[in-house]
Design a protein. Structure first.
Length: 185
C-alpha cells in the first residue's frame, strides 16, 4: 500500500474513535482544570510527548501548567491537578507519580484506555479513550497501527479539542494566545 493510503487509514481510524469518547468525562476534566491552581501533566514516551504539547497550549491560554519532570516544574500542592496520560495505566513511573500526588492532597485525572488499571484506580477523574495498549493486549478497538499509536494520536487530538473548548469558555482566540508564544526561537 502507498504511504498516503496508510495515512487515509489512520485518519479513518481516528474519525471512528471520536464517537467513543464521552463528552461528560471531558467536561469534568475541563471544569477541574478551571478550578485548579496549577496543572501538571505526566506521561511516558510518546504519551508524554502528547502531554507536552497540551501543556504548551495551556500556557498560551494563561494557565499555570507544567510538564512533570522538567527542570523548571513547580511543586504540587493541595489545590492542584495532575493529569496522567497513559494507555496501559500501568507504567511504573506514572503509578508512583500518581501515588505521590494523592499523598500531597492533589486531584488526579487519568486519560487512559484502561480505567481499571492502577493509575485509573488512583484517579479522581477518568477519561476513557479508545485504542489498544502498547503490547496490544488490552483495548476494544482494532487498529492497523503498531503498539499504542492510535491511543497516542487520539490523546493528542483530544487534548487539542479540550483547548478549543477552553478558548470558547474563556473567550480566547488564536491572536490573544499567540501573544504568549515563545519569541526566543
Ligand atoms: O512510548 C510509548 C510507546 O511507543 C507505545 O506506543 C508509550 O507511550 C509509553 O511507553 C507509555 O506507555 P503508556 O503509559 O501505556 O501510555
Amino acid at each position: 500500500m502507498k504511504t498516503t493510503q496508510y495515512l487515509a487509514e489512520v485518519v479513518q481510524e481516528l474519525s471512528q474513535t471520536v464517537h467513543l469518547i464521552r463528552d461528560s468525562d471531558a467536561e469534568k476534566l475541563i471544569n477541574q482544570i478551571l478550578e485548579s491552581k496549577k496543572i501538571f501533566v505526566a506521561g511516558a514516551g510518546r504519551s508524554g510527548l502528547m502531554g507536552k504539547s497540551f501543556v504548551m497550549r495551556m500556557m498560551h491560554m494563561g494557565i499555570d501548567a507544567y510538564v512533570v519532570g522538567e527542570t523548571v516544574t513547580a511543586n504540587l500542592e493541595k489545590d492542584d491537578l495532575l493529569i496522567i496520560g497513559s494507555g496501559s495505566g500501568e507504567t511504573k513511573t506514572l503509578v508512583a507519580i500518581a501515588e505521590k500526588a494523592k499523598s500531597l492532597g492533589g486531584t488526579v485525572a487519568a486519560i487512559t484506555i484502561s480505567p481499571e488499571s492502577t493509575v485509573g484506580e488512583l484517579a479522581d477523574i477518568i477519561v476513557k479513550l479508545p485504542g489498544v495498549t502498547k503490547d496490544q493486549s488490552e483495548g476494544d478497538y482494532r487498529t492497523i497501527q503498531p503498539m499504542g499509536s492510535l491511543f497516542e494520536q487520539t490523546m493528542l487530538l483530544f487534548y487539542d479539542a479540550l483547548i478549543l473548548r477552553f478558548m470558547e469558555k474563556k473567550n480566547l482566540d488564536s491572536n490573544k494566545m499567540y501573544g504568549k508564544h515563545a519569541n526566543l526561537e
